[in-house]
Design a protein around this ligand. Structure first.
Ligand SMILES: [Fe+2]
Length: 215
């Protein structure tokens, strides 16, 4: 009888744990769905900017190519963060979907990149953050917020680059870029600080960081 009762308690415990897991997954379902959308979006952006960098190089815009490459790496880190959170909230990242995009001239590509960053900032991430907060999925909200803040900086740098290209040179664009390995934020040597302004990662851990001797 005692063994029978122990067995019943074991079964009930397992059932209770599975029940809690199922409840947790369903409570964050929209956030998991949004993470999958954001993951595919960032994967597409990363691939697209790598191709834009190749076109920029072939057209002689080697400095702008560096910016496209840095932003591509940044988007890849956003995608990695989204994927990790997607798994945390019970989703899967199988069957990645890369959306269709066009690769044209560098000036057209830069214009398309500006529109793409604006779209993410205005239409994609604000709603995703709100939903994650409603579903009490704080880590999902953080991943979306880091990507949103990173995209704001991408847009700013792309706009400055567009002004430089329109004036006929690349003098207003930095050649060197650092990428925060944790949140994906990008910096150039002029605006890089001791800690990442988004996630507080140490500057010496930034990808591509080179300590410049001031002596
Ligand atoms: Fe960071």
């Amino acid at each position: 009888m005692r063994n029978f009762m122990n067995r019943i308690i074991q079964y009930l415990s397992i059932f209770f744990v599975l029940f809690l897991f199922a409840c947790g997954s369903s409570l964050t379902k929209k956030t998991a769905d949004n993470l999958k959308v954001a993951l595919n979006n960032e994967r597409t952006a990363s691939e697209k900017y790598t191709k834009y960098a190749q076109v920029a190089m072939s057209e002689g815009f080697d400095t702008l190519a560096q910016l496209f490459s840095a932003v591509s790496n940044s988007e890849k880190i956003h995608a990695t963060n989204h994927e990790r959170m997607l798994h945390k909230y019970g989703g899967n990242s199988d069957n990645p979907e890369i959306a269709a995009y066009q690769v044209k001239t560098t000036k057209e590509n830069l214009d398309a990149a500006i529109k793409s960053e604006m779209l993410d900032m205005q239409s994609l991430y604000p709603g995703f953050i709100k939903t994650a907060e409603i579903e009490t999925a704080p880590d999902g909200a953080t991943a979306f917020t880091w990507a949103l803040n990173g995209d704001k900086r991408h847009l700013n740098f792309y706009r400055k680059a567009a002004s430089s290209i329109l004036s006929g040179n690349e003098s207003g664009i930095s050649y060197l870029w650092y990428v925060c390995p944790r949140c994906g934020n990008i910096y150039n040597p002029d605006d890089s600080k001791a800690l990442c302004e988004i996630c507080l990662e140490k500057q010496e851990n930034f990808i591509g960081f080179v300590k410049i001797d001031s002596k």
